[in-house]
Design a protein around this ligand. Structure first.
Ligand SMILES: [Zn+2]
Length: 315
């Protein structure tokens, strides 16, 4: 086994751990994502130095929440990170003296599931990460599919409702506005205006603007009617999106990951049954398996570590 460091760099936090294959050795180190390029890189160097002092490490993998160039040498743009057209792996490698590879965070998660998780060996595996928005990663014939310019597949911003809910991307009616943690909160908030939501009102301190996706998930487990409605609504929108992407890609497996997937028991059965009934040619074609991700919120770290190991000839 090759020993690596995997780092997941998200918009709010950076998490880093040493890995032996897919085994994360010890709890990941965590810090708040800095706001400038230099501070972000300084933090990465600090984390790598700390972890590399605990045991010999051969390579570093970065899983970045942003657009990564097709050659994986530059972060082109990231809405919640400071980097703009930045050669991040080269900069970090020069400072720590280790090989550094980088990929998009959901690509890394999709790779972890493909190499060692629920989509292992699949000829066409799609990972849908339900979090603040929707991230997607696609592995085709054993390779991460990146598109011509490195930004595919950007499924969260498929338009599912013309002139629908506004999206920070500038469009309206994007899939992730109806099917994400943010969507759970918004759907619940809208319905609270004219429906009883005793648990949710208690959790948000009677301030609907304070409702979060996590609160909706908790309230749903306690039987709150508005929270349960929001979960059903998310399940139906998940089915709509899964049918769309299945018509385009015909995947063998669709893996559902991301933070919202922790509440999958509340929406995935409905999503799977609606999806099976609504797809083009329903009943006359094989459907993809729909599976819950194995690696949870560590998939980015694990995928980054695996990609780093493979870059130096190990795994
Ligand atoms: Zn959008």
């Amino acid at each position: 086994m090759t020993t690596t460091i995997g780092i997941d760099i998200g918009g709010t936090s950076v998490r880093a751990a040493v890995l032996d294959g897919t085994e994360v050795l010890g709890p990941p180190l965590r810090d708040t994502t800095p706001r400038t390029e230099r501070e972000t890189e300084d933090l990465l160097v600090t984390l790598i130095t700390k972890l590399a002092a605990t045991r010999p490490v051969e390579a570093v993998g970065l899983a970045v929440a942003g657009f990564v160039s097709a050659d994986r040498r530059r972060v082109m743009f990231a809405p919640h990170l400071a980097w703009r057209d930045a050669p991040v792996p080269q900069r970090i490698s020069e400072r720590v003296g280790l090989p550094v590879v980088m990929d998009h965070d959901v690509n890394s998660a999709a790779w972890a599931e493909f190499r060692r998780g629920v989509s292992a060996g699949s000829p066409l595996a799609l990972l849908i990460a339900l979090g603040t928005g929707i991230g997607a990663g696609l592995v085709v014939d054993g390779r991460i599919y990146r598109g011509a310019h490195g930004v595919a597949p950007e499924l969260g911003h498929l338009t599912v409702v013309p002139d629908g809910r506004p999206c920070p991307c500038g469009k309206r009616g994007c899939w992730e506005r109806y099917c994400s943690g943010t969507a759970l909160a918004q759907t619940a908030r809208l319905r609270m205006a004219d429906h009883d939501a005793p648990v949710l009102r208690r959790l948000c301190g009677d301030d609907p603007d304070a409702v979060t996706g996590t609160m909706v998930a908790v309230a749903a487990t306690e039987g709150d009617p508005v929270a349960l409605h929001a979960m059903d609504d998310l399940g139906r929108w998940l089915a709509v999106g899964l049918a769309l992407v299945t018509d385009v890609l015909d995947p063998e497996v669709i893996v559902i990951g991301g933070g919202v997937s922790a509440a999958a028991g509340m929406f995935l059965p409905l999503a799977a049954s609606e999806f099976a009934g609504s797809i083009t040619g329903a009943g006359h074609r094989p459907l993809p398996r729909v599976e819950l991700a194995r690696f949870g919120d560590r998939a980015g770290i694990i995928g980054a570590g695996l990609l780093a190991a493979e870059a130096v000839g190990g795994a």
